[in-house]
Design a protein around this ligand. Sequence first.
Ligand SMILES: *[C@@H]1O[C@H](CO)[C@@H](O)[C@H](O)[C@H]1NC(C)=O
Ligand SMILES: *[C@@H]1O[C@H](CO)[C@@H](O)[C@H](O)[C@H]1NC(C)=O
Ligand SMILES: *[C@@H]1O[C@H](CO)[C@@H](O)[C@H](O)[C@H]1NC(C)=O
Ligand SMILES: *[C@@H]1O[C@H](CO)[C@@H](O)[C@H](O)[C@H]1NC(C)=O
Ligand SMILES: *[C@@H]1O[C@H](CO)[C@@H](O)[C@H](O)[C@H]1NC(C)=O
Ligand SMILES: *[C@@H]1O[C@H](CO)[C@@H](O)[C@H](O)[C@H]1NC(C)=O
Ligand SMILES: *[C@@H]1O[C@H](CO)[C@@H](O)[C@H](O)[C@H]1NC(C)=O
Ligand SMILES: *[C@@H]1O[C@H](CO)[C@@H](O)[C@H](O)[C@H]1NC(C)=O
Length: 624
Amino acid sequence: MFTRILLLFLTFFFALSPSSARPPPFAMRISCGARENVNTRPTNTLWFKDFAYTGGIPANGTRPSFITPPLKTLRYFPLSEGPENCYNINRVPSGHYSVRMFFGLVAEPNFDSEPLFDVSVEGTQIYSLRSGWSNHDDEQAFAEAIVFLTDGSASLCFHSTGHGDPAILSIEILQVDENAYNYGPEWGQGIILRTANRLSCGAGKPKFDEDYSGDHWGGDRFWNPITTFGQSSDRSLSVEASIKQASVAPNFYPEALYQTALVSTDSKPELEYTLDVDPNRNYSVWLHFAEIDPSVTGVGQRVFDILINGDVEFRGVDIVRMSGDRYTALVLNKTVTINGRTLTITLHPTNGSHALISAIEVFEVIITESKTLPDEVRALQTLKSTLGLPLRFGWNGDPCVPQQHPWSGADCQFDSNSSKWVIDGLGLDNQGLGGFLPNDVSQLRHLQSINLSGNSIHGVIPSSLGTIASLEILDLSYNFFNGSIPESLGQLTTLRRLDLNGNSLSGRVPAALAGRLLHRASFNFTDNAGLCGIPGLPTCGPHLSAGAKIGIGIGVSVAFLLIVTCLVCWWKRRQNILRAQRIAARDAPYAKARTHFSRDVQMIRHHGQDHTRTAAESGPILLS
Ligand SMILES: *[C@@H]1O[C@H](CO)[C@@H](O)[C@H](O)[C@H]1NC(C)=O
Ligand SMILES: *[C@@H]1O[C@H](CO)[C@@H](O)[C@H](O)[C@H]1NC(C)=O
Ligand SMILES: *[C@@H]1O[C@H](CO)[C@@H](O)[C@H](O)[C@H]1NC(C)=O
Ligand SMILES: *[C@@H]1O[C@H](CO)[C@@H](O)[C@H](O)[C@H]1NC(C)=O
Ligand SMILES: *[C@@H]1O[C@H](CO)[C@@H](O)[C@H](O)[C@H]1NC(C)=O
Ligand SMILES: *[C@@H]1O[C@H](CO)[C@@H](O)[C@H](O)[C@H]1NC(C)=O
Ligand SMILES: *[C@@H]1O[C@H](CO)[C@@H](O)[C@H](O)[C@H]1NC(C)=O
Ligand SMILES: *[C@@H]1O[C@H](CO)[C@@H](O)[C@H](O)[C@H]1NC(C)=O
């Protein structure tokens, strides 16, 4: 019984071919600005709405190119919302992905200019839209890159360059094979391959892998059609015959790609393709062949060299020999450094034959940027919310990368120790900020300088600031900080400038800071509610315990009682004197001695303004 179940299981297992045993690749497609999910024809592709997304403004769009997906809406990001805007897509399984973004134009008459902006993926800038992109009916309406996503999310950012509002039509995140486009030892997680161009030679129409019924693990690549490399010296070739070795790992190229080709003719046996590129970058070139010319029947009949910018990269390429047969796919790849502005691929026949090619892919090799230390990113995000940073600051994506677009107000430095970017300066002076300074600011532990001068920040100065050991400059002047200066600031031995003037601070300046005044440091504590304890400020009252305060309270009460008693005595005595005078009027000899005395008392009462002195002079008399 048990054996039979096992057998059944084994049969079932072997019935599945290895490729169908693999789960389908992760795919996420977003129709930007859409309020409902959209299905597009002819492939019934599902695009998710992004209505829950809060940044930017959804609008109706026009599609600048006929290859863009037929989506009606887009999302654009006005500069007032900040220079960096991002889509952070969560729950993306760790893996290797083709990431593609199509751009659109806002369908409103007052949006006449095409926006120019930069695009980054996971903090690495991959693309800059160039002037005129919306007039080209080719690959310029989108950016596409092959990238490793390893932190469970995908961060795609659009960086304004001051020319119009970035407008995004769609986003696709399509999983590809772990080894897709592995070109050699330098390839890996530190590399992004940006598609510079992808050509299907001899094809008449633009096609996606999907249109070619390609494997989903291919990442639904877009193939630009090309029917001639120019000068009409080449001709297209197309067959229906099936092609061997086409849809294989890791790249799963669609079979149909090899069913068309461009072949050179007698008038010019060479094939030459030139692409404009950015200088001083590395490009990975992938070339596709299949011998589909019926006139070539065996090895040695078509032999050519492949040159890139004049250098022979492949010598004596014989498609039938290298692929093993006719109607069999052959893929060659080469990564080269290009110094000039063009990349030219030349197929040069060496045996009196003609050159043939099925497809060309060119990728720019981009080294991924290191990101900012996550603790510091979190601290800046806390700061962004507690200080109520205005929208115009942006502060989306990574603070330090792409290096071309750091957050304004945050100064970055590369920390070779951690191989991450860190924040070494915070300059948010005179920005109309309110709120309070959180304790978390001390997570920015590489800070050398903080300037928050001229805002409306309330609350106390966080004592955690004293743990930022590298702090040299702290300018919190002209805010509404209250409470006392934290003792911990005294621990900052490198502090050479401390501006706390123009706040509502009170209490004693920490002794450790007061001592530092003698050195070269420049501190300013003026214009506060009640700071004390250093030269130039009031002296502080004695430092009193609760018991001492009670003691003083009792002392003051006793003194008060004493004075009251004395006054009462004096009053009574005066009454006695007056009575004595009245008696003296009747009994002169008795009163005589007292007359002089009563005059003194009257003098006290008449010289009111000089009361104290006279009273003091007459004091002994009063007491006598
Ligand atoms: C987009 O166009 C539809 C009609 O096609 C219209 O109902 C809608 O109001 C437009 N949306 C915007 C934001 O202009
Ligand atoms: C790319 O070419 C290298 C040799 O230059 C080869 O080792 C590698 O397997 C090729 N990659 C693919 C995916 O075919
Ligand atoms: C190009 O590749 C070479 C060799 O792999 C490398 O030394 C160089 O830094 C790369 N250049 C760029 C711009 O990536
Ligand atoms: C050139 O072609 C001839 C047949 O046309 C063949 O015999 C010869 O081996 C080829 N040479 C090379 C170098 O492939
Ligand atoms: C580098 O890191 C180590 C351990 O993380 C630490 O002890 C050391 O102080 C750091 N050095 C610098 C210069 O930051
Ligand atoms: C901080 O910013 C203010 C206003 O911009 C400036 O006047 C001040 O000099 C800055 N403080 C320091 C320490 O540089
Ligand atoms: C500081 O001001 C806030 C109001 O902004 C107040 O709630 C708090 O009690 C004050 N703290 C001190 C120590 O005066
Ligand atoms: C300290 O700040 C006050 C204003 O609050 C200013 O008048 C004074 O010049 C400053 N002192 C120094 C030494 O910068």
